[in-house]
Design a binder for this molecule. Structure first.
Ligand SMILES: Nc1ncnc2c1ncn2[C@@H]1O[C@H](COP(=O)(O)OP(=O)(O)OP(=O)(O)O)[C@@H](O)[C@H]1O
Ligand SMILES: [Mg+2]
Length: 608
């Protein structure tokens, strides 16, 4: 693996500028998430930003008044106390503003991460399976997901940036008014430090960006090495040292890259910080001379020294905050790119509802299909008619495309060429969501939700979450009823080991729970993709009896490698080399003595 390639300078700057284009979009997201707290924090920060100048101005007056008394002039004591009171009031108000800003920042952060998290979930749900299965896209999604929490720090930085800028401008205007040259010297001496900081911030980002795949691998090793699921194999095969070596090798690469960059940043950053410091002390020396020569009053001297030191401090902070914000805004690219990703599989404007009831069924017309990026096609001219009321079994060796066929029927993918019709209408003409509502499918890699038993079954039709009768009935059909009755918490039993009180199930038990999802759904099309592989023969027999009852006026398809079950189907379809190789009843296929007959004999003979 060579995770780190170099980026040209031009490319680097292009990326950086492109990232700034995302800021308005971020602003919209932020404003939508929490308009009132955002407005409040901005207002307060502007106000807070003016406080230091106010305090310095009050101090200037106090010093000047004292200097006058030192020269023997009489002054009005009340005006001295007035400025002291002003200074105290400003300090008190600053404190209150600081606390209020913290309060509103917390509100903004919470609401923003909530709304962003939700938006990510909502958007991911609309995307094509093809996008989600693509490793590049996954890298981006991974980075985007990290944004919803990591970018909250950026908001606080941006808030501080605003406040510091107000402080700098107000102090800068003061310096400009009394000593314009000082301002110029300060600005010039600090500029290189600013450029260096932002340059390294960018390099840091592009490194982090290029290392995302490495970090994903590291996360994978880490979770694999400490996962319950993998523990059995890792122990038996003594895989731990191998995983550890892989982990150390990769993470060392990561550390080396980061250290290299941090070292360069240290050297250049320190160098230009010295230049900035020289500018600051040069200005300071200049002001001392002016005061000594009595060209400025002692009050003005204090004001300017305070303003220069303040401006210098704020400028430094602005640079670091700005590079922080710029650095993080580069990460936003991934988030925005993720939000810009559009699904190809969408309902058209003229989309119609799928037929109810279905009359003639599914028809594949010369369908070809190839996974994006795959070397060879899965289907090369597949034609097939699936009628209603038939129990159809789909068989074929591993990798022949049985699951893929189901993905095409459910429009998780679209054919590369050819058409799939439902009652004579192209699947693409139906509303995607409505079409999927008509289909109850349990995939071979169904999900074991770490939820309650109730939610696990209701996943099949979440509208029936509180319909106990329907859930129990579905459980009866999938042979899960005894299991549920024996759970200490019955339907409310937490499943899986992730959460406290969760109960882990055997492979077959999980399958019975998952199967209940299909039975719960009031769908016209039922598809079971090897759903009974882990069931014991008795349970499988019973489930198929119930499946048979259920499929009388529906369109059903089941995929299985168990020929004892397959033989009970009304029609058996054998997939081979991208086409339908054999199609008929068990008897007719046995008579034909083709692939099916050979596979059947092979399995049967091992039982005799
Ligand atoms: N998302 C994907 N991207 C690229 N190739 C894929 C993808 N999913 C599956 N394939 C490939 O497509 C082929 C068919 O896979 P499919 O899952 O449809 O086979 P199957 O007949 O269901 O096999 P099994 O009996 O093992 O379940 C396989 O060679 C597989 O490697
Ligand atoms: Mg499969």
């Amino acid at each position: 693996m060579t995770p780190v390639e170099s980026v040209t300078q031009a490319e680097a700057w292009r990326n950086r500028l492109a990232a700034l284009k995302d800021l308005p979009e971020l602003w919209t997201l932020l404003w939508q998430a929490a308009p009132t707290p955002v407005a409040a924090t901005i207002g307060l920060r502007v106000l807070g930003g003016l406080m230091p100048l106010g305090a310095l101005y009050a101090a200037k007056n106090i010093f000047d008044l004292i200097a006058l008394t030192a020269r023997g002039q009489t002054i009005d004591l009340n005006s001295l106390w007035f400025w002291v009171a002003i200074e105290f009031a400003l300090a008190a108000v600053s404190q209150v503003i600081g606390r209020a800003v913290d309060f509103f920042d917390t509100l903004v952060a919470d609401r923003f991460s909530q709304s962003l998290g939700l938006k990510i979930m909502q958007h991911a749900a609309t995307l094509d399976l093809q996008s989600l299965e693509d490793p590049d896209f996954n890298n981006r999604l991974e980075r985007a997901r990290a944004q919803s929490t990591d970018r909250v720090g950026m908001l606080t930085s941006a808030g501080w940036l605003l406040q510091r800028i107000v402080m700098l401008l107000s102090l800068g205007a003061t310096i400009l008014y009394y000593a314009p040259w000082v301002l110029l010297v300060l600005a010039i001496s600090v500029l290189p430090a600013f450029l260096v900081e932002s340059h390294f911030a960018f390099l840091g980002y592009s490194l982090a960006h290029r290392l995302t795949p490495v970090r994903r691998s590291l996360d994978y090793f880490l979770s694999l090495g400490s996962s319950r699921e993998a523990a059995k194999e890792i122990k038996i095969f003594s895989l731990a040292p191998h995983l550890e070596t892989k982990y150390v090798d990769l993470s060392t690469q990561l550390i080396n890259q980061n250290t290299q960059l941090a070292r360069r940043r240290l050297v250049w950053g320190a160098l230009f910080a010295l230049v900035a410091a020289a500018g600051y002390y040069g200005s300071y020396a200049f002001l001392v001379r002016e005061a000594f020569l009595q060209r400025i009053t002692i009050g003005t001297f204090t004001l300017l020294v305070g303003a220069v030191s303040g401006a210098n401090g704020h400028l430094q902070m602005i640079f670091s905050l700005f590079s922080d914000v710029a650095d993080q805004s580069l990460f936003l690219r991934d988030l925005m790119l993720f939000f810009r990703e559009r699904p190809a599989i969408q309902s058209t404007a003229k989309a119609c509802l799928p037929p109810r009831p279905i009359v003639s069924g599914f028809e594949f017309q010369d369908v070809c299909f190839q996974y994006p990026g795959a070397a060879s096609p899965i289907f090369t001219g597949l034609s097939l008619h699936l009628q209603k009321g038939q129990r159809v079994a789909l068989v074929g060796e591993n990798g022949e495309g049985k699951t893929t066929l189901v993905k095409l029927m459910t429009r998780l993918y679209d054919p590369s060429s050819g058409r799939i019709l439902l009652d004579g209408c192209d699947l693409k003409d139906f509303d995607v969501d409505e079409l999927r509502k008509e289909i109850g499918v349990i995939f071979q890699d169904f999900i074991r939700y770490d939820f309650t038993a109730r939610e696990n079954i209701a996943a099949g039709d979440i509208a029936k979450l509180n319909d106990d009768a329907a859930i129990w009935e579905a459980a009866r059909k999938s042979n899960a009823i005894e299991l549920l009755e024996n759970f200490p918490g019955r339907l409310e039993q937490m499943l899986g080991r992730r959460f406290e009180g969760g109960l882990d199930l055997s492979g077959g038990e999980w399958q019975r729970v998952a199967l209940a999802r299909a039975f719960l759904r009031d769908a016209q099309i039922l598809i079971l993709d090897e759903p009974t592989a882990a069931l014991d023969p008795m349970a499988e027999y019973e489930v198929f009896q119930k499946f048979a009852d259920l499929t009388q006026d529906r369109l059903s398809l089941f995929i299985s490698h168990r020929f004892s079950t397959v033989r009970t189907a009304d029609r058996i379809i054998l997939l081979s080399q991208g086409r339908i190789a054999e199609d008929g009843t068990h008897e007719s296929l046995m008579e034909a003595k083709g692939i099916y007959a050979r596979l059947f004999e092979l399995q049967a003979s091992s039982y005799r």
